[in-house]
Design a protein around this ligand. Structure first.
Ligand SMILES: Nc1nc2c(ncn2[C@@H]2O[C@H](COP(=O)(O)OP(=O)(O)O)[C@@H](O)[C@H]2O)c(=O)[nH]1
Ligand SMILES: [Mg+2]
Length: 201
């Protein structure tokens, strides 16, 4: 929740900002989206979390989700002033199947997506990767390294997720500010690169 560029209370944007960039933070249930947006945001992130009810039990797979008792019903929202001129707006967007109809609206105007994955259930990311690709959004993939999750070599993760050689793949800790900033900058660099322009002209 810090930025040297945000004003003291973190609410007001410097009047030098000229460009606002919308980015999605995407990923399956409990992969760390809310954590990452909260770590990065200089304003108090807007969260739409609700305590999971019994009614959600058949659709939200809790088997591998450690001690999680809330789920994002719509999205997270945060802001990060990257430079005097550029502000990033971060939208944490749900990967659960039942939110698919929201995706076109959420993706509207977005420059790209950071897809969070968990190596202990890589296959759970296929759905959200498909959603991002169907919206035509360029993306980078960040492994949110959970304690005790397998640390596969990069080429195995790339193969399992069927990534293009040009798609950036990084490891991060969504609880750590510097690590999360690095992940986001990797995405922004990719969005500015020729590779991303070639893939999504
Ligand atoms: N060990 C560890 N736990 C994390 C990390 N990121 C998130 N968590 C925890 O994993 C759970 C799910 O994270 P959350 O951000 O709510 O996931 P979301 O459903 O994708 O928004 C929470 O209990 C977090 O505290 C991480 O990098 N390492
Ligand atoms: Mg969440």
């Amino acid at each position: 929740m810090d930025s040297a560029l945000a004003s003291e209370n973190g609410l007001h944007l410097p009047d030098t900002v000229r460009t606002a960039v919308k980015l999605l933070v995407a990923g399956h249930f409990a992969v760390g989206k809310t954590t990452l947006v909260g770590t990065l945001s200089e304003i108090r992130p807007l969260r739409t979390e609700e305590t999971m009810t019994q009614a959600g039990a058949p659709v939200d797979d809790l088997s591998a989700t450690r001690d999680k008792t809330t789920t994002t019903v719509a999205m997270d929202f945060g802001r990060l002033t990257l430079s005097e001129r550029i502000v990033l707006y971060l939208f944490g967007v749900p990967g659960q199947e039942r939110f698919t109809p929201l995706w076109r609206d959420l993706a509207h105007g977005a420059y790209g997506a950071l897809i969070l994955v968990d190596t202990s259930r890589l296959e759970a990311s296929f759905g959200v990767m498909d959603l991002v690709e169907r919206q035509g959004l360029p993306y980078a993939v960040a492994v949110n390294q959970f304690d005790g999750a397998p640390a596969f070599p990069e080429d195995e993760v790339r193969e399992a997720l069927d990534l293009l050689p040009t798609t950036p793949l990084i490891t991060c800790d969504a609880r750590d500010h510097a690590s999360s900033v690095r992940a986001l900058i990797t995405l922004v660099d990719h969005l500015l690169s020729d590779d991303s322009q070639r893939e999504h002209p």
